[in-house]
Write a protein that binds this ligand. Structure first.
Ligand code: TPP
Ligand code: MG
Length: 672
């Protein structure tokens, strides 16, 4: 190691240590131990342009151990990302800074993925590598490697203990994602203890069994050449993803805390900061010290990055001349747009179609759109025939068919979630993932991050209630819709019929500001009159009003229960009660409407209301108010035929009508 290299690495370490000390909060252990490998990667291997953080063909770097965020912020500062100023470094973990406690991709330019929940980042990396390979197959032409980048992940002990990481790594091996590289900060310490108390398997052999190439750097603290050689060797194998086990020391340089979990998640403290700096030959003062020549050395990345991107831009210009149609398509997908006129391909369903399960309608929508939206890519967790998420006429994503858009995630819901997110982070694609609604819990960690990071991930959840019948309560979702609604910035849509389903897909595809969950039925639902254009985008709308002015009661329903509400409306009409049926596919979208619109659909003065939804009533009180009634299911389901459950659980038109009468009484509105 040269003197300059040593000081460059120490600059990463002590910028991080000082920022953490100033914030009096943070995780110094990882930046101190992983600084050498990060230095080699960012100096010698990574393709990036600090002044154009969104350059499409950049390599992706994911800090999967997001607790080591200061490592990434130090690198962004040192290499010259212009938003990452010294002021930001000194505002680590403070309100409004670009340096939050864990990296957040929607806040900080240069941060590729929101990490911190362990296991997510490495799984995102798998999605990024899939997206890269898919786009390469789609766009690259002889002599024009327009898409040619790698995905690097810095992973940790805790990261690799997480189940989701194993699921994703297993799929990555199967798919032979040769341009995925994980550097494992193998320091044998986690948050609370050495790994010997709970994590003693041979990680390398496990990854080899997944189909990865596994390399080892025996001393990642000082042997930079070993890291360089490992990275070079990693690239020689173009078929297998690579795990490089880099043996390091957590908190390297700290005389009293290195190699202990004390270095993991607390500032070193002023005395230990001083001792560490002295130990590594670093000036104790000033804080946040970066020698000029070190900064210059790092900032060469700006020129280097520009050179690389310029060369790529020239290639792209020539490509544009030679393949204008492809170039046009490129612009559309990278702008996150949809091709002109795409919505004309959305199918329209008619009542003559009979009872159509909304999952089937969703399948028809997907297959109709697949040829038109060429970057729609996704699949399910081994449930393709059930979730109807396999696009007809489209190839399957496999090692031998990297241009395939039907992804078989296998029975790996959590990884599916994180991989879909990884594709969304990557850009250029519109990714989706599907499973039964009840298993949305298995992937909740990823769904939450998709919302936090404002990703365009689309979640397709079928078999949405107790109405799946015989499979019983393990498979019957009851609390899940409510649990999804509880996630901020996730748009949840539960369409009432096939046409609402098509409208829901349109909303999901056009949603630029976050993920969308489509909640779909297993059983057939009558197709409503398509001439009454469903106002799904407004979240709730008057589907059917009683004749003769102001309604006596509002029937608020979603999904399969909308047709039930329509039946109840007829019964009530027979009793001379005016009932309005409101189809309410999305609370979130409804809440975004104007006060006037909301009042026009759910007028305050009509206090008699019934909410009908085959799930827990949690949250419905907001809409039903003080005189309202609930036809919901506040308990688990039961294994029995669907028709029996309808009776036993009281989801009959008569029951709904009965509750409507009770609500009218409670609201003391005289019958008209
Ligand atoms: C899903 C999840 N569970 C728990 C945590 C809390 N946590 C943060 S880091 C960590 C383990 C740290 O060990 P390691 O990943 O080896 O990082 P190192 O201490 O070596 O930096 C834990 C349990 C988390 N961030 N995410
Ligand atoms: Mg560790």
């Amino acid at each position: 190691m040269t003197d300059l290299e040593r000081r460059a690495i120490n600059a990463i370490r002590f910028l991080s240590v000082d920022a953490i000390q100033k914030a009096n909060s943070g995780h110094p252990g990882l930046p101190m131990g992983a600084a050498p490998m990060a230095y080699v990667l960012w100096r010698d291997h990574l393709k990036y342009n600090p002044l154009q953080p969104k350059w499409a063909d950049r390599d992706r770097f994911v800090l999967s151990g997001g607790h080591g965020s200061m490592l990434l912020y130090s690198l962004l500062y040192l290499t010259g990302y212009k938003d990452m100023t010294m002021e930001q470094i000194q505002s680590f973990r403070q309100w409004g800074s670009l340096t939050p406690g864990h990296p957040e991709s929607h806040i900080t330019p240069g941060v590729e993925a929101t990490t911190g929940p362990l296991g997510q980042g490495i799984s995102n990396g798998v999605g990024m590598a899939i997206a890269e390979r898919f786009l390469a197959a789609e766009f690259n032409r002889e002599g024009f490697p327009l898409v040619d980048h790698s995905t690097y992940v810095l992973t940790t002990d805790g990261d690799l203990m997480e189940g989701v990481a194993s699921e994703a790594a297993s799929l990555a091996g199967h798919l032979k994602l040769g341009k995925l590289f994980a550097l494992y900060d193998d320091n044998k310490i986690s948050l609370a203890a050495p790994t010997e108390v709970s994590f003693t398997e041979d990680v390398g052999r496990r990854f080899e069994a997944y189909g990865w190439q596994v390399l080892t750097v025996e001393d990642g603290n000082v042997d930079l050449d070993a890291v360089r050689n490992a990275l070079a060797k990693a690239h020689e194998d173009t078929v297998r993803p690579t795990l490089i086990k880099v043996r390091t020391t957590i908190g390297y340089g700290s005389p009293n805390k290195a190699n202990t979990h004390a270095a993991h998640g607390s500032p070193l403290g002023p005395d230990e900061v001083k001792a560490s700096k002295e130990n590594l030959g670093w000036p104790v003062k000033p804080e946040f010290y970066v020698p000029d020549d070190v900064l210059e050395h790092f900032r060469e990345a700006v020129q280097e990055g520009k050179k690389k991107q310029d060369a790529w831009s020239k290639l792209a210009d020539d490509y544009r001349k030679k393949y204008p149609d492809l170039a046009e398509k490129w612009d559309v997908v990278w702008a996150g747009k949809l091709p002109d006129g795409w919505e004309k391909s959305l199918p329209v369903f008619s009542p003559a179609d009979g009872a159509v399960p909304t999952r089937k309608a969703s399948g028809s929508v997907l297959s109709a759109l697949a040829p038109v939206i060429s970057n729609l890519i996704g699949g399910s967790a081994d449930l393709a025939p059930s979730t109807n998420t396999y696009m007809k006429g489209v190839d399957e994503q496999q090692a031998g068919s990297p241009g395939g858009r039907n992804i078989r995630f296998g029975v790996r819901e959590h990884a599916m979630g994180a991989i879909v997110n990884g594709m969304a982070y990557h850009g250029g694609v519109i990714p989706f993932g599907g499973t039964f609604l009840t298993f949305s819990d298995y992937m909740r960690g990823a769904v939450r991050v998709s919302a936090l990071a404002h990703l365009n991930s689309i979640w397709v959840y079928t078999h949405d209630s107790v109405w799946l019948g015989e499979d019983g309560p393990t498979h019957q979702a009851v609390e899940h819709i409510s649990a999804l609604r509880a996630i901020p910035d996730l748009t949840v849509l539960r369409p009432a019929d096939a046409n609402e389903t098509a409208a829901a897909w349109k909303i999901a595809l056009e949603n630029q500001n976050g993920p969308t969950a489509l909640v779909l039925s297993r059983q057939g639902l009558p197709v409503l009159d398509p001439n009454k254009t469903p106002d799904v985008a407004r979240g709730a709308y008057v589907l059917s009003d009683a004749d003769g002015g102001e309604p006596d009661v509002l029937l608020l329903a979603t999904g399969s229960e909308v047709s039930l509400a329509l039946e109840a409306q007829k019964i009530l009409a027979g009793k001379n009660v005016k009932a309005r049926v409101v189809s309410m596919p999305s609370w979130e979208l409804f809440e975004r409407q104007s006060e006037e619109y909301r009042e026009s659909v759910i007028p305050k003065k009509v206090r008699a209301r019934v909410a009908v939804e085959a799930g827990v009533s949690h949250g419905w009180h907001t809409y039903t108010g003080d005189a309202g009634r609930l036809v919901c299911r506040d308990d688990f389901g039961v294994s029995a035929p669907f028709k029996v459950l309808v009776e036993k659980f009281g989801f009959t038109p008569e029951r709904v009508a009965d509750e409507a009468m009770k609500s009218i009484k409670a609201a003391q509105i005289p019958l008209g």
